[in-house]
Ligand binder design. Structure first.
Ligand code: RP5
Length: 280
């Protein structure tokens, strides 16, 4: 993976130093002068969700950064230190150069952890596999309704982000009781792990990057899926069912890679079901 989004543009970022495919790897010798950028919003939130600047951190604080968890190598859980992702004690992007140092919009030095729920159904009319997607306010792209874990567990982030970004049910007791309880019960079952690791996110830099744990939750109950009150909230301007059978579908960051895995898995299961039926 050459993390093309992490070398690309973001509406809130200055233009990065250009990095061609050959120069991504840290082991390639090249004259490298990355742009230095940390967004003012990060400085405003130091001590909340953002770390202090590296130069202002005590030796012990820096050492503790090395104990942070990364899932970058095929989803294996390691500390940054044991995964060899520290250079002179400071975390360095596991995939390679991004053309930018500093933290951009990301608060943590090293991995910034997120959780992503892929919620699917078969459309009752077309029979096609669909997913609940949101439209992100920052880039305008369609995306999985995921979010930062912010110290919470992955299961509680999955349901929290899904509710915040994709559902609107306030002041509607019927939705709260009938629908929300069923959705929460589905999430509580846990879903299936699709991916765990580095996200090719356009906010990544050499010093800070996104990692996620992505879970698949399929809604079999067609009536429940149909009555989800989909409406964008928080970081999302819109929420909707999208057809996953669309070859032109583009999604934020690496989201399409994980969605493709789910599409493949569901197609395989469908084939197994129909061959089991033909043997009866
Ligand atoms: C992506 O950013 C993750 O896959 C997740 O969808 C998202 C989390 O960031 P916010 O939506 O909270 O900005 O890398």
């Amino acid at each position: 993976m050459l993390h093309s989004n992490a070398r690309g543009s973001h509406p809130a970022y200055p233009v990065r130093t250009f990095i061609d495919d050959e120069s991504v790897s840290w082991t390639t010798d090249t004259l490298y002068k990355p742009v230095n950028f940390t967004h003012p919003n990060v400085y405003d939130n130091i001590g909340k969700w953002a770390d202090p600047e590296w130069k202002n951190m005590q030796v012990k604080e820096r050492f503790n950064v090395g104990k942070r968890i990364t899932y970058c190598h095929q989803g294996a859980r390691k500390t940054l230190r044991s995964a060899n992702l520290l250079v002179r004690g400071k975390p360095r992007n596991p995939i390679g150069r991004t053309g930018m140092k500093g933290r951009g919009l990301l608060g943590k030095h090293g991995p910034n952890h997120a959780a992503d729920p892929i919620v699917t159904r078969y459309n009752p009319t077309t029979g096609k596999l669909e997913m609940v997607a949101i439209r992100r306010k920052d880039t305008g792209q369609l995306a999985i309704p995921g979010g930062m874990t912010e110290g919470e567990s992955v299961p509680s982030t999955l349901i929290k982000e899904f509710k915040e970004e994709a559902l609107r049910y306030e002041n509607n007791e019927r939705l709260k009781v009938d629908i929300l309880e069923q959705v929460e019960a589905l999430f509580k079952k846990g879903g299936e792990l699709v991916f765990r690791g580095y996200v090719d996110d356009p906010r990544n830099t050499d010093d800070a990057w996104m990692e996620t744990q992505c879970y698949h939750i399929h809604i079999q109950n067609a009536a429940l899926a149909k009555s989800l009150p989909l409406l964008g909230g928080d970081d999302a301007s819109d929420a909707m069912w999208i057809n996953l059978d669309d070859p032109s579908l583009k999604l934020y960051a690496s989201h399409k890679d994980w969605v493709d895995k789910v599409v493949g898995k569901m197609a395989h299961r469908k084939r197994l079901r129909s061959s089991a039926r033909s043997f009866k």
